[in-house]
Design a protein around this ligand. Structure first.
Ligand SMILES: [Zn+2]
Length: 280
């Protein structure tokens, strides 16, 4: 069964068709991946409780036409998926220690979506993470800073979930005071900044406004959604900020360029700026 590991409402919304058997009973779903071909994705969490198959945009257009013409569509589905047990991933962690036990997490995932080149999602985040570490390495910070390159984010945010769970086992998640997550920061003229809780977002906005450098960027402030490595820190109550650059104007959709975000706000369509399935 292929499904979507994460499909946060309002962030990535795919058209969906119900599959019914001859008795009219719903037995599964087809999800259309707009802007690209079908992408195999794991559903091991699982978030989709019904059998789900993803189709690409070409097939989606065919379905739309058939349904508009009121045609019955009969499907035969052959699955070629294979279980590969025992695979592992790693988190790479660098630490810059302060005198207090309080910590800040700077993070970016280094794995990439299936068949994606991975340049923006998320070599860009890793590059910024490395430059932050390089810039800060000779300074003694007020809080301990951990630079974490997480693995297996595209497979259901596994690396950072493991990290947070392990820290909970050891009783140290409370030491983490903030989390900064860099996920797709290489392309775009518009910064989509997720931050929460509300008081933290307001404070951050005040600081950024006062800095003056934000004038050349469009910034859209938003509450944190699920779907990246900040997720499990944030759900543990850690004030978190996620930086995502979007190309809302400068990058037109190009054939064969992977990546689709369909948003439900007024700026509804941003294609081609990142990896395979929106933010993840
Ligand atoms: Zn990503």
């Amino acid at each position: 069964v292929w499904g979507l590991p994460t499909s946060p409402p309002g962030l990535v919304e795919f058209p969906k068709y119900a599959l019914v058997d001859d008795g009219g009973r719903e037995i599964g779903y087809l999800i259309s991946c707009l802007g690209t071909a079908a992408i195999p994705m794991p559903n091991h969490v699982p978030l989709l409780m019904a059998p789900t198959v993803m189709i690409g945009e070409k097939d989606h257009l065919r379905f739309e036409k058939w349904l508009k013409d009121d045609e019955e569509v009969r499907l035969t589905i052959r699955s070629q998926g294979r279980l590969l047990p025992g695979l592992t991933s790693q988190n790479a962690i660098g630490t810059l220690r302060a005198r207090t036990p309080e910590e800040i997490i700077f993070c970016a995932h280094y794995d990439l979506a299936y068949r994606s080149p991975g340049a923006n999602d998320n070599a860009s985040g890793v590059e910024v993470l490395m430059r932050l570490a390089e810039t800060m390495k000779d300074h003694r910070p007020k809080k301990t800073v951990r630079f974490v390159a997480f693995g297996a984010e595209e497979w259901g945010i596994l690396g950072s979930h493991f990290y947070v769970e392990r820290r909970k086992e050891r009783g140290t998640p409370g030491a983490v005071k903030y989390c900064l997550d860099l996920d797709m920061v290489g392309v775009g003229d518009h910064l989509w900044l997720w931050a929460g809780p509300d008081a933290f977002r307001s404070a951050l906005k005040g600081t950024l406004d006062a800095s003056g450098w934000t004038e050349r960027l469009g910034i859209e402030y938003d509450t944190p959604k699920n779907g990246s490595d900040h997720q499990y820190f944030y759900s543990e109550g850690v004030p978190s900020v996620v930086l995502i650059f979007l190309a809302l104007r400068s990058i037109p959709p190009t054939p064969g360029h992977r990546g689709t975000v369909v948003r439900t706000t007024d700026r509804t369509d941003n294609r081609g700026s990142h990896g395979d399935h929106g933010l993840a």
